[in-house]
Ligand binder design. Sequence first.
Ligand SMILES: C[S@@+](CC[C@H](N)C(=O)[O-])C[C@H]1O[C@@H](n2cnc3c(N)ncnc32)[C@H](O)[C@@H]1O
Length: 352
Amino acid sequence: MQGVRQKYRPRTTCSLAIVKTRVDTSSALCSLFTIERLQMAQDNFHQPVLEREIVELFASLPAGVIVDATLGGAGHAHAILSSAPQLRLVGIDRDPEARAVATNRLATFGERVVVVDAAFADLPAVLDGHRSFLAGQDVVGVLMDLGVSSHQLDAAQRGFSFRSDAPLDMRMDPTKGETAAQYLAHVDRHELARVLRANGENRFAGAIAKSILERQPTTTDELSDAVERAVPMAARRRGHVATRVFQALRIEVNQEEDQLAMGLSAALDALAINGILAVISYHSGEDRVVKTTLREAETGGCTCPNELGCVCGAVRRVKVFKASAQLARAEEIAANPRARSARLRIARKIAP
Ligand SMILES: C[S@@+](CC[C@H](N)C(=O)[O-])C[C@H]1O[C@@H](n2cnc3c(N)ncnc32)[C@H](O)[C@@H]1O
């Protein structure tokens, strides 16, 4: 247990009460922007998806602590805290730019918020390290809004997008781990093809993996070029293949599959009875993991025939709100195209 705690120890906490002094210091978390630049970055950082639905859900919760496990630009967090004065929030993000913007944006809520530098798989250690903030209150809600923010895609130097040329980085936390270029320097062709297939690029995965490894791209343009060369002209429609390849590499570089499995399990453990878990995913692979995990938690793994009732002693942990995922409304999709692929799944923890 001790080993696990150390491995997942959260790295930095930026207290909102001292945000102004912290932002101008040289700390890794807060030195990235000046206050003025933060303000500008905040305005265009990210438009939260399904905001109305998320606010309605969280505003109905009793007094307690909620965890925003993917704080981003704090769009959801700000909206929830504004309409639910009974809630306090632990906000987690592994991206220092996101934490700096969120810290500034949430400063108005003072002691109701703590912003934490961690990956959400580390939730148990985050909560353990913030027992004084929890002050004995229950965790009544967890929000996970998966994937990357618009800012991460738009900031060319982060290397997430094929739309502008930049070093092939793609790390959400640029202070640790391998860049995408470093990963491509050692992965073998079969493994790379598997990673591409697992993330939706079925038809050309083998040819693309071969082309990439022959060219060893170190920039986003070089990667796009390697993809293009492996895909027949007729199939290069509107960058769809490049989009999937970039997404697949990003998922691998940031170990998003492992993070999601561990994060969901940690969230279910952390919630108090009647607490709510809400997860927004943006591609079918992610949504499948969320759906399967929640279904298993709902059935407790029971496969007993309906007519017999459960005789295997399975323990049911949650009640899932709806069998199908909730989608964004047409007006929201018209205003924010990113909402088109959003799938929201919600579960309430139940007494065993
Ligand atoms: C879609 S954005 C969240 C936007 C946010 N809901 C808002 O309203 O601004 C996803 C954020 O989650 C962060 N993130 C993704 N995976 C993470 C992980 N495993 N641990 C911590 N943060 C993560 C990303 O860095 C990004 O800032």
